[in-house]
Write a protein that binds this ligand. Sequence first.
Ligand SMILES: Nc1ncnc2c1ncn2[C@@H]1O[C@H](COP(=O)(O)OP(=O)(O)OP(=O)(O)O)[C@@H](O)[C@H]1O
Ligand SMILES: [Mg+2]
Length: 413
Amino acid sequence: MGFFSLMPSNSLTTTENNQQINAETQRARQRFGIIGNSPRLLSAISRAVTVAPIDLSVLVTGESGSGKEFFPKIIHFFGARKHKKYIAVNCGAIPEGTIDSELFGHEKGAFTGAVASRKGYFEEADGGTIFLDEVAELPLTTQARLLRVLETGEFLKVGSSTVQKTDIRIVAATNVDLLKAVEQGKFREDLYYRLSTILINVPPLRDRGDDILLLARKFAADFSEKYMTAPVTFSDEAKRALLIYPWPGNVRQLKNVVEQLALFEAGNNISRTMVMETLPSRSSNSSPNANPIPSQTHSYEGEREFLWQSIFSLKAELAQIKDMLSQQMPNREHPRSPLALLDNLSPEEESPRNSILPIATTSPKSPLSLEESEKETIAQALHLAHGNKKLAAENLNISLRTLYRKIRDLGIE
Ligand SMILES: Nc1ncnc2c1ncn2[C@@H]1O[C@H](COP(=O)(O)OP(=O)(O)OP(=O)(O)O)[C@@H](O)[C@H]1O
Ligand SMILES: [Mg+2]
């Protein structure tokens, strides 16, 4: 195992190492409430605790909702920097125009509105760790600054010519294929290699076997305890259904499904039908009796078929939403989603926000306000994409950054 070579040269023998790593893995799981015993999950946690004391950059990869956010915390709090600052930055959520200033700070007068100088995260977190979440969303100019700070520890505040030093450990995460982004010229190759000195891959939930049931039990128990509802139990058939479903939204989706079951079926023994009714609905033209979960025993063929069916169903539902939207649009010159217009607007043009969706509020067909319609469309797209913001943004034909801004401005949960 390559990562054992990261242990200091005076370290323990391999067997002792294994025991120590297992104990530390256990400690990390307990500390952060990570549920699961599957070998690939344990191996990922083990890699994180092993690399924690060694100041290498780490890139955490894995599908949306798989639990990547635990890993930078393990690396920070199990390393020598644990008493220093830990700052998590969602690179997709910060507007492109201010990201350099957020990360590296700015001098007074550097741009309109810079009335005072400001420290950036790289100065604030000196000695500590910065978690760059959704790192693929960094603009190329910011990538160049980041590369410099990673290689030399040096950076310049926006509008300053004085080089500053900082001592930061970087942990980055992404749910996109960064090498593909490199091929497409969207991500610097040199930065990719600098960030990914150590790679940690968080496995998708569908590959974690019985962890699905452990998580389901935990989420159900947490829910009934928090809201004081009667606890639910899972029948064998329901368990099989949970085990065979491919969970495209991973743990985030499982939590959502189990919480719905815990609420609407409080006190019941959950049946297979209850599970199936809570899983995302299929396209309206499929038979109502169609079975979304192959009833044969676990088979990859069945899973693959079900996955494809889910994708087709998702596409059909999106097509319906697009149809609905285009019917509501009086201006048929814009073939793209009305939300896509946002990407081409300057901040001034975007306001007032209510002018974005040209739906008549007084129409008897559309009692929702413009803002409510927009909110509902985005919420629905997020729901259909199982909380995967990137996919939702693609389906809405807007940038991820715009989606984040809309979520924040419209107060979408
Ligand atoms: N093994 C686990 N045990 C308990 N809870 C988990 C586990 N994995 C994930 N979760 C929970 O699932 C949710 C989603 O996890 P997280 O936010 O880390 O996903 P992510 O990989 O960062 O997804 P994205 O790429 O969309 O940001 C969180 O509420 C997290 O606490
Ligand atoms: Mg995340």
